[in-house]
Every structure is written in structure tokens, then in C-alpha cells.
Write a protein that binds this ligand. Sequence first.
Ligand SMILES: [Ca+2]
Ligand SMILES: [Ca+2]
Ligand SMILES: [Ca+2]
Ligand SMILES: [Ca+2]
Length: 476
Amino acid sequence: MRTKLASLLAAMLVIAGITGIGTASASSPQVPVNHDASATPGNEAEDAIAANPTNPSNIVAMSTLPDVVSGLFVGVSFDGGNTWTRRVIGTGGSLGQICCDEQLAWDRYGNLWMTYLVNTNGNVLVAVSTDGGLSFRKVAEIVPTKTTGSRAPHGAKPKRLRGPTKGVTADQPSIAVGADTVWVSYTSFPSVQVQASGAPVTGLGHFGGFSPPETVPTSAGRGDYGDTAVGPRGQVMVTYQDQTNGQGGSHIYTAVDPDGLGPAGFGDPVLIAHSRVGGFDYIPAQPDRSVDAEANLAWDRSGGPHNGRAYIVWTQEHPNESNNMDIMLQHSDDNGRTWSAPLRLNDDHTVNSQFMPAIALDQSTGDVAVSWYDARNDLGTGGPGDTDGVPNDDVQIWATYSTEGGVSFVPNFRVSAGTINAPDAQSFFDLGDYTHAAFVDHSFYPAWSDNSNSTGTNPDGTLHQLDLYTARVNVP
Ligand SMILES: [Ca+2]
Ligand SMILES: [Ca+2]
Ligand SMILES: [Ca+2]
Ligand SMILES: [Ca+2]
């Protein structure tokens, strides 16, 4: 949707280009040095990344390993991605047999929080690292509860059932930190409703137990593929889409628990957008796995000029079933009650796919950055953006950022040095269901899965199985 806001953005981008504001432009792209975090045989896909606020050169990146039964790839760097300590965790032992859906959040005390799923039950597990990601210990196992599907009384926590409930399982967990809390939200099946659980944090290695799950009153019915964010006063926001299957589209909602660990529960969900991306929407770049709208949140707790502003990114398709997907952003200054008109972030002039947006906010500055997989340079006519003569199936990582509270963004710039072809990974999983990014102390780190072998370090060679890549983007 093109709006007055978008027109204003375009005007401001012209001004930015004339005055030299920003570090990249369409005419002079500065692709940052790419790092192969995994350099491991087989596919690493569906990626998480976090940077340490107490030591910004310390970054940790993770990938699901779709080719094996259990195990999670972990890469740890203490020099901004130049060198990595690599290992596989979660093949058993205290962390369990990790299947997938890992996500990371690093708090201001230096605790690196991780949520994930295991093969052996339907619970949401939480682990923490207090040594920069070199080791993790499991600290919580959140048991999803049965939900009635009815709306909770306003201002009251939904009724909870105690203990494990037969046949109730969780999926799609996400994790976020606030100043003094850590929160996880996930989808509880078979009711397909979003639940959340949080814990207090008081220092490095010092934290309390996770609260019993509270259910988001999903008045629209279902909720899945969500994300979590924590605001400056400890409020908790979740997002989800209501369509879990198909290609027809979905409604995207947010809901807020206004006092976090306090007695109030989640308020009524707010409908923020209608996306034409469904729960399993197939595109040439994800022909086996498909994509969802992949709504993701960030919340400014920086204390800066936009303190308290919440951001959401999600994927639109225009028109439906065209495979022309776009990355949209909205923001809210009133705890998610109202949202700005959607702003299209990708500034290409093609009808190709942009998908799987990742958003991260630098809590030291309030700057917000977004990265995504982008097929803009694959017209099927050869050249560096097209590996196979087929249009719209090869992708690169592109990104942008805003130092203006999300009202204006710098021109899109390319982050991946190479071009990625998910079909060549020969995996049912393609690039996975999501990718993530981290943003700490002026350094933005998108994570992505890459089989371009642009670094020359992929043991499977070029255009075969995927490695986990990142790059440090300096945001002045
Ligand atoms: Ca669609
Ligand atoms: Ca597009
Ligand atoms: Ca192609
Ligand atoms: Ca690999």
C-alpha cells in the first residue's frame, strides 16, 4: 500500500541521497564482509543470532540441522564474526534432543537466553548461557496448557490448568528480554492459541522461575507463527497470524499484557493488517517449505526520542498468488492500540519475492534495522543474481535501517556477497521458516542460510547444502 507516509519516505530518501546521509545507496552498494559461521557439511537452515550487550563483539549464531534427527548448530564469536568456535548441541544429555525452532535473546546483564523444541515431548524449553554462548544449561521446561478457546474476562488472567495435559503440545516458540524480565510465547496445540510465560531477571546467572502460561484471548480464533517483545515498563507484546495453512492470506494481530509479570493478563487482540500470505504460501524461492507472513516485533526501550515505540514487520503478497512478496513495517506509540499505516521497506521495482523479514533494535541508540531474503536480482536472464535461468528463485540478503524512529529508512543495501538457491540445497526444508538478526552498539548482524560459497569455506561447495552466514553492518 502506497500512502502519504510512503510518499514522504520517498522524498526523504531523495534528500538523504543528496546530502550523503546513510552509508549505502542503490548506486554504490557496500557489501559488508560475509562470515561463514558454520562451515559444516549438510544443511544449516532456520537461523537465530544474538549479540552481547555487555561485550558487543561477542555474537552467537545457531541453525536447525534439518538433515539429522536431533542436534543444533552453535557458532560463537568473540571478534565480531571473524573467527568462530563451532559445535553441535542438543543430541541428548541435559539439553535434550533438540529438533528445531531455536531462538535467542541476550539481556543487559549478559545472560544469553535460548528457547527451543525437542523431539521427545511437546514442551517449550529454555536454556541460558552465562559464558558468552560457550555453554548452555536448561533452566525451564514450559508445559503448554489446554485452552478453552473462549475469551478471558477483561483484565483477568485466563483460567489455567495445572500440570501437563495429555495431547497438548507447543510449536513456534519465540523469546524476548526486557530490562528485568525474559518472556517466551508459543502456540499451544490442538487449540492453536498463543500462550506466554515470563521470568524475572536480576543479574548474570540470577533469575526466577517462569510463570504459569497465560493464554492470549484470540477472539479471532487461531494464532500461530508469532513473536514476542518486551516494552520499557515490562509490558509484553505478542503477534500472530490467524491462518495457519493455505496460500490465501491471513490476519495479523498483536496483543499486550500491560504489566508483564503483574496480575493483569493479555488484553484483547488488535487486528493490524490483512496479509495475502497464508500459513504455507509457496513461492519459487521456497518451493518445498513455503513461507508464512512471519510477523516479527521490536520494542524501543532505549530511553531515546522514540522510547516506547513498538515495531512490527510482516510479509505482504501483491496481488495474491503472484509471488510478488514485499516487506511491510508499522509502528505504535500507544502500547499496540493503534498502528501506523504499513510502509513497504523493499525499494526495488521488480515483482519478485521479498520474504522472511527479521527486525532488530539497538537498545543503545533506538535505531531499528530489518533484513530479509530478496529475489530482486533474479529476472531469470542470467547474471550474478540468477544461478539457473529461472526467475524469482534465487535470493540475496538485503537490509535497511532507520535512525528516525521507523518513519524513514536508508535506501536498501545488499548484505550477502553471493546469491543463494534454496532448491539446490535439496532439502524439504529450503531456508527454513525464519531467519533472525541482532543489533547491538551500532552493529547490525543479519543471520541467513547461504549456499553461494562466496566465502570459499562451504565444505559442500557451491550451490549445494547451506551454511549459516552473517555479516557486521555498521550503523553510524
Ligand atoms: Ca498468497
Ligand atoms: Ca516484491
Ligand atoms: Ca533463478
Ligand atoms: Ca553446511
